[in-house]
Design a protein around this ligand. Structure first.
Ligand code: IPT
Length: 960
């Protein structure tokens, strides 16, 4: 086995479309014999792969499920690196310590496979040598690409010996340096597929739609297996024609396919011996005047990057996970998927056609690690690798070429520049002119059809939006001129790592403003956590004793590895919604943000609430609202506290849950809480003698409030961000300053105007910048007090704060919270869309977001009143009207079973130890979260420079 050469695989048949066919197919998935050797030199040549069904496997052999990754089945360990290769860059040589897996299966074959059949492998990482009955069938390269080997004449009825030797690393690893786990093995299906004589080897149906007259065409290319012809039928379109090789078939008037209206027509191609079924979607993808069009109308890509990952099985396909993903995407208004950074399991395309997604189908290619050598030796620019590159693209395009959902072919990710990429583009353009070509790595964009970038800043995105409008400078090269004609997409933006991404609204505004900006794909859909053995948590890079790894950078998704929705996805659903509803003092504005549909498939229902009760409801009657049209209707109700308008389906699609809300708009005019009239000076015994913090309220034991400015660093806080002015990350600057170690001195405590007034000064160790606080306490009853809190910064604060608020600790573990405010999910200033006004509840386990790396989470904003349940009783916090003193009308409340110190010092969610107390933060202001983990930091308007704040709270111990 030669795994140190620069070529493609060998011996397989030409790549073809994945067809739904009547030809017999037999899965060889199941339990195989297996052994692993530590390197190629140690892999035995002991007859295991000869034509001997009776060969006895020795004791190094065991069994393994196929498909699976052997490192997730107890043989060796997974390893995570982002861009770095985990071995020296010495192409095409893999390291000598390179686990080799030998797979062996003895099987019988039914008669229908004996005349003519192929053996199909859908995915083997990273290179395999395949032998059947002692004969070498060939080698695979391209871990996520299909290889079919002709077994005609080799396959027999009984006792076939299939022997597959798989190298974990190979020359191919240099082309597969995606940011993900290295997971070797036969991890996708293995099938025996009959190839009937006079049947159909391949079909390519290129569909087109002419928006001007509503007609469609089908350009059919068929490759029969031997001398044959077939009948091509599309019953709904009354097409029934004889096909010998192909040609263009007029389809007459058709309903077009779009991601919003995924109309498909069932078609069949039939010969004497085989019938193939196709689902045709008529659509045209094109670029005009630097705008991306589908069926003549500009489209906005509201996309996500999707890797394949399961916490137990890695990249092994699971129909359940796939469906779960696409259903969740639909429910959150995602309309596009980039298959980062390799072709997904082929089932994804069938579902994308049916459910409606635009797909950017990416080739299995990334050579990112060469960036560390300044791209020296990059295979993309080395002619010796050219065939390997082309082979990857042929396999990618051919397998999925009949799917309407694919609007672009992507050459790969982060593979630098070079002629081999150009050659891939040239072949693809000639083979399939019906789709656009995407590749981000070459910013000069000479051989692509869209200008694509990742994590371009707001400012740069704006400039790109405008570039097309300004005349080109005299010096513009042909390449620059070409680029100006292209639409712009962000193939990755808004990095969703941890408590993130901030700034979605700002990007969306830009996408809306400039026709050239066709939207983008958030990075990324799924966190790649690997489940711990005891099932209680997820692991990341470094947890498998890897010497070289990139930590938790692999945990950066909008959903957890088990597809639990992270708050970033709730925010995304708001910005990606195909309807925008704005309720103001004067009326309701509704914008149709579909590209191809009016709103007649939706209902717009409203309700008015006062005092936490529904007062009235109804439905808004709208005339036809065309794509991108905005209409305005008057408020249906004048004096309610909250008016909510929701867009729901008239006929619920399969993916929508009962009562699914597509978009929501709201306006709240909340009545202020009543201020207690009779108050007195509270007793000193309720306060700690030294700190003057409240210790009891009724029978409730507590400790606080104390001024607090810090948060548990988020993933974004821990990284510097791509801002022009380079500053160390927030986490480092806060640590340096001691924001997490503030100390408080009591300045004075005195009775004044029927209240106890406590003044304190809080500052970091060794610094003089401080926050002066004044707490004015009044007793309301045995179980209630009010406290007016005035906070004033003093001196120069060298870094922005994370929060401005106070902390309280209650005895007893938290049991949940009820509140009036924004919810049910958390929000921070730049990731605030989604949560809505109302009366909300969170169970104990919903108070925080269980991010794999513990970090700040869970703040419920806009809170007017919160009842915080603990084992000991309930503390109700009510914000009293700010009145003329300019006090806050609402606060953000965070309730946690862990102290911030515990959260900050624990590496994994499942290792957190609760201390049996309830940690409460009441914040007047919070910093945004930004996306500095990969992209821009917190935008200036969401940063929290030192500032004063004031609020009056009613604190009550509620019994029972
Ligand atoms: C970008 C990669 O394309 C993607 O695979 C992922 O690693 C992402 O970053 C970060 O999570 S590349 C980076 C240099 C912007």
């Amino acid at each position: 086995m030669n795994i140190a050469r620069k070529g493609p695989g060998a011996g397989s048949r030409s790549p073809r479309a994945r067809l739904v066919s009547s030809a017999p197919r037999r899965s060889l998935n199941g339990t195989w014999q297996f052994r692993v050797s530590p390197g190629l030199a140690a892999a035995p040549d002991d007859g295991w792969d000869t034509d001997d069904a009776g060969w006895a496997t020795g004791e190094q052999w065991t069994t393994i499920p196929v498909p699976a990754h052997w490192v997730l089945e107890g043989h060796g360990k997974p390893a995570y690196t982002n861009t770095r290769f985990p071995f020296p860059i010495d192409p095409p040589h893999p390291p000598a310590e390179n686990p080799i897996g030998d797979y062996r299966l003895v099987f019988d074959a039914e008669p229908e496979f004996l005349d003519n059949a192929v053996l199909r492998f859908d995915g083997i990482e990273s290179a395999a040598e395949v032998r059947l009955n002692g004969r070498l069938l060939g080698e695979t390269r391209g871990s996520r690409l299909t290889h079919e080997f002709d077994v005609t004449g080799t396959l027999r009825a009984a006792g076939n010996v299939l022997a597959v030797r798989v190298a974990q690393f190979s020359d191919a690893s240099y082309l597969e340096d995606q940011d993900m786990w290295w997971l070797p093995g036969i991890f996708r299906d293995v099938d025996l597929v009959a190839v009937p004589e006079r049947g159909i080897w391949d079909v390519f149906a290129v569909t087109d739609f002419e928006a001007a007259d509503g007609t469609g065409t089908i350009d059919l290319t068929v490759e029969f297996n031997g001398e044959a012809s077939g009948r091509f039928r599309v019953p709904e379109l009354e097409i029934d024609v004889e096909v010998t090789g192909g040609g263009v078939i007029g389809a007459g008037q058709v309903e077009p396919w779009t991601a919003e209206t995924p109309r498909l027509y069932a078609a069949t191609l039939q010969t004497e011996t085989e019938t193939v079924e196709l689902q045709l979607g008529f659509r045209r993808v094109e670029v005009k005047d630097s705008v991306l069009l589908v069926n003549g109308a500009p489209i906005q890509i509201r996309g996500v990057n999707r890797h394949e990952h399961d916490p137990d099985q890695g990249r092994v396909f699971s129909a359940e996970r796939l469906r779960q993903d696409l259903v969740l995407m639909k429910q959150h208004n995602v309309n596009a998927i980039r298959t980062s950074h390799y072709p997904s399991h082929h089932e994804l395309l069938r579902l994308a056609d049916e459910m409606g997604f635009y797909v950017v189908l990416e080739c299995d290619l990334e050579t990112h690690g060469f960036v560390d050598l300044d791209w020296k030796h990059n295979p993309s620019a080395d002619p010796a690798w050219r065939e390997a590159y082309l082979d990857r693209m042929h396999r990618t395009v051919n397998r999925d070429k009949n799917h309407a959902s694919i609007i672009m072919w992507s050459l790969g990710n982060e593979a630098g520049t070079g002629e081999n990429l150009e050659a891939m583009a040239a072949w693809t353009r000639a083979f399939d002119p019906s789709r656009l070509i995407h590749y981000e790595g070459d910013w000069s964009s000479t051989y692509v059809d869209v200008y694509s970038r990742m994590y371009a800043s707001f400012e740069e995105t704006r400039q790109i939006g405008e570039e097309v409008l300004t005349p080109a400078p005299f010096s513009a090269t042909a390449a620059e001129m070409h680029r100006r004609e292209l639409p712009f997409i962000q193939c990755e933006y808004a990095h969703a790592m941890g408590n993130s991404p901030g700034g979605l609204g700002e990007y969306q505004d830009l996408f809306d403003r400039y026709p050239r900006l066709a939207g983008g794909f958030v990075w990324e859909w799924i966190e790649h956590g690997i489940r711990t053995e005891d099932g209680t948590g997820y692991l990341y890079g470094g947890d498998f004793e890897e010497e070289t790894h990139d930590g938790n950078f692999v945990i950066d998704g909008l959903v957890s590895a088990d597809r639990k929705v992270r708050p970033g996805l709730t925010a995304l659903a708001h910005w990606y919604a195909p309807v925008r509803i704005d309720v103001s003092d004067t009326g309701i504005r509704i914008q149709n943000r579909h590209d191809h549909r009016d709103l007649s498939h939706l209902r717009l229902v409203w309700r008015a609430e006062s005092d936490g009760k529904q007062a009235a409801d109804g439905e808004l009657k709208l005339d036809t609202v065309a794509p991108w049209e905005t209409v305005e209707v008057p408020l249906p109700e004048q004096d309610a506290e909250i008016i909510t308008v929701e867009a729901v389906h008239l006929d619920r699609p399969e993916w929508a849950a009962e009562g699914h809300v597509i978009a929501r708009g709201q306006r709240a005019w909340l009545n202020p809480a009543e201020v207690p009239l009779e108050t007195s000076v509270p007793q000193r015994e309720a306060f700690d003698a030294v700190s003057l913090r409240l210790q009891q309220l009724g029978g409730l034991k507590l400790d606080g409030p104390v001024v607090s400015l810090w948060r548990v660093p988020t993933d974004n806080d821990r990284r510097p961000g791509w801002d022009e002015i380079k500053e160390p990350p927030y986490a480092a600057r806060w640590e340096e300053l001691g924001l997490d170690r503030l100390r408080t001195r009591v300045v004075s405590a005195e009775e004044r105007d029927g209240a106890l007034v406590v003044r304190t000064r809080t500052a970091p160790p060794g610094r003089e910048c401080a926050v002066d606080a004044e707490y004015t306490w009044r007793r309301v009853s045995d179980t209630a007090v009010t406290v007016e809190i005035g906070l004033t910064p003093d001196g120069v604060w060298p870094v922005e704060w994370a929060r401005l608020g106070v902390d309280l600790v209650l005895e007893g573990a938290p049991q949940g919270m009820d509140w009036r405010g924004l919810g049910p999910g958390p929000s921070y200033p730049d990731i605030a869309a989604g949560p809505y006004w109302g009366d909300h509840h969170a169970d104990a386990d919903e108070l925080l977001t269980p991010f794999v790396l513990p970090q700040e989470s869970g703040a419920r904003a806009g809170v007017r009143r919160a009842s915080i349940g603990t084992e000991q009783g309930t503390l109700a916090v009510t914000v009293l009207p700010g009145g003329t003193s300019g006090g806050a009308e609402e606060v953000a409340v965070t309730v946690s079973p862990y102290s911030r110190k515990t959260l900050a010092s624990t590496t994994h969610q499942h290792l957190l130890q609760a201390d049996g107390r309830t940690h409460v933060s009441i914040d007047l202001f919070q910093s945004g979260v930004g996306t500095a983990a990969c992209g821009e930091g917190v935008l200036p308007r969401y940063r929290l420079a030192a500032r004063p704040g004031r609020v009056t709270l009613l604190l009550e111990h509620i019994q029972g």
